[in-house]
Design a protein. Structure first.
Length: 282
């Protein structure tokens, strides 16, 4: 069964998460990557919400050779809230359960890559080189967590199609980025009420593509700060700026336009930075 067979459209970003147990799984599985967990909210085909947590860092090694079995652990929440995405009464126990599952699969060289919650059900997904012990390992974990209903499923997925199905699109990633940057500024004491100059970054496969993008930027009132060349698939970089009001909706509008504009020219919009504007000391 496809991981995302119920999910049809993205509609919001939720939060960014980290998971220390991924270090254990990486050490045992010998996959070299940096975990980058993100959580976003989407919608099922029936119109009910679904919450997806996925490790974006695995894209650097996906599909990993030898990790051909997708193993899923489907858990029924005992006390789901009105959205049927959370069980606040049992949250700590569920966190411990998830940690135990990840560690247990990690010692079998498994990689935990996503969790999908919808309609009071929570799916934990792993890729493993050998699925032989998956069921027995889950049973041993659940022996310490009585009172839960769960199902197990194993699917042959050597090309990691299910991983890519839960991977967020460029717009979702950008919305997440904006949320994170604005949260950092607020944490520094910036009220985000003052307009300021934002520095933006983008990269392209050829100088011609970058020049075309640059011309579009100038027509939109951006200032070209500089260009440069690096290694990689998109070696032609550009730094540009424009003064910007800091309302969430306006930041989202301009950055999603820049995502579109970059893709139209064969490139990738790589985000923005700015200085914090802090209250003056009296």
């Amino acid at each position: 069964m496809n991981v995302m067979n119920r999910i049809v459209t993205f509609w919001a970003i939720f939060s960014v998460l980290g998971c220390c147990n991924s270090l254990i799984a990486q050490e045992v599985s010998k996959l070299q990557y940096i975990s980058n967990w993100t959580t976003y909210i989407t919608e099922t085909a029936e119109g009910t919400p679904a919450k997806v947590t996925v490790d974006l860092g695995l894209q650097t090694v996906a599909p990993a050779s030898g990790f051909q079995f997708q193993c899923s652990f489907l858990l029924k929440l005992n006390n789901p809230d009105s959205t049927r995405l959370h069980d606040f009464k049992d949250e700590e126990n569920l966190k411990r359960l998830a940690d135990r599952l990840e560690i247990s699969m990690g010692w079998s060289k498994g990689v935990y890559y996503a969790t999908v919650t919808s309609n009071g059900l929570r799916d934990y997904y792993f890729y493993m080189p050998d699925s032989t012990n998956f069921r027995s390992k889950c049973k041993r974990v659940m022996d310490d967590f009585p009172g839960y209903t769960y199902e197990l499923q194993i699917e042959h997925d050597p090309y990691w199609f299910n991983y890519y199905n839960v991977f967020p699109d460029e717009y979702t990633i950008q919305i997440q980025y904006n949320e994170n940057k604005m949260h950092e500024l607020l944490e520094m004491g910036d009220s985000l009420t003052e307009p300021r100059v934002l520095q933006h970054f983008a990269n392209f496969p050829s100088e011609r593509d970058r020049t075309s993008f640059e011309e579009d930027l100038i027509r939109r009132g951006f200032k070209i700060v500089g260009t440069g060349e690096n290694e990689g698939d998109l070696p032609f970089g550009i730094l540009f700026s424009r003064k910007q009001e800091m309302e969430k909706e306006k930041i989202e509008e301009i950055t999603l336009q820049l995502v579109d504009l970059s893709m139209q020219n064969g490139g990738y919009y790589d985000g923005w930075i700015c200085d914090a504007v802090l209250p003056k000391k009296k």
